[in-house]
Design a protein around this ligand. Sequence first.
Ligand code: AVJ
Length: 323
Amino acid sequence: VSTIAASHAGLRDPELAQRLRGALGTRPRRLPVECFYDDLGSALFEAITYLPEYGLTRAEWRLLCRHSSDIARLVPSALEVVELGSGSGRKTRLLLEALARRRPLPYRPVDISAAALEACRREMAGRTGVTVDPLPMPFLEGLSAAIEMRAPSSAVLVLFLGSNVGNLEPPERDRFLSAIRRRLRRGDALLITADLEKDASTLEAAYDDDAGVTAAFNRNALARLNRELGADFDLAAFRHRALYAARERRIEMHLVSERDQTVRIPALGLVIALAAGETIWTESSYKFRRGDLAALGRAAGFSGTAAWQDDEWPFELALLVAE
Ligand code: AVJ
């Protein structure tokens, strides 16, 4: 997994620190999504994908299994793949194998987690025809770097999987898809997935599992502020909460302060007072309807070529082609 614009400086990256100050310093208090994904956070997310309640990853896996040969047929055979947010690469392997059946395939995973890129490289080791070239960078920088390396006669297929598009607020999401499109040529493609809406209790269980892994993933964001910015959050005084806002069609994840408390974050020059019951809103995960991905793609300059859904856990995979 991971994100749009952090760097190896971690939370001390000046641009991120500035956004953090704004997000935490005013109400409603929020955290930028980047805060989740240090190496530990990436490992905790990887654990989430094994939870019985978290159906997204298995749905995506089924869709990629079922349709990788359809996808291979729909994209040019001279191809380079750039993946934004490689994670462990487990699910991508399958698709890459289908694509590399025709010719050698350069694969450039982009991720700010060095650990995730290393896992990804190991996963691909020895795959015939796939050459892995990891880019430890934020998504758009990595995509630009990959585009500079492209062979002139090859098309680029960008992968943006994991329903990661759902973590972006709608205006940011539209800008991000347009930013991808601007870096591509006509005929390049974007393979993207999104979780579809389903009943609130199923969704809330997916983000508040019995084993408490998602709660640990959520708390790690604050633990990072303690580790990296010298903050003094008392993690035991925050409760994990996930709720589905049906009107906005998003899961909201919060950390609820269980008592009045004052927290110091020296590296941000910030002292914040949290009232009992006040929350830090750590994540939104938007849910979509069938066909939404093609519509989002069209608005960003792609045409929707094909879309597939999983029926067991409503989820959508779409192939968009740059116009
Ligand atoms: C990063 C989009 C895959 O929103 O479902 C999982 C992150 N947060 N559990 C999602 C997440 C809590 C996840 N994605």
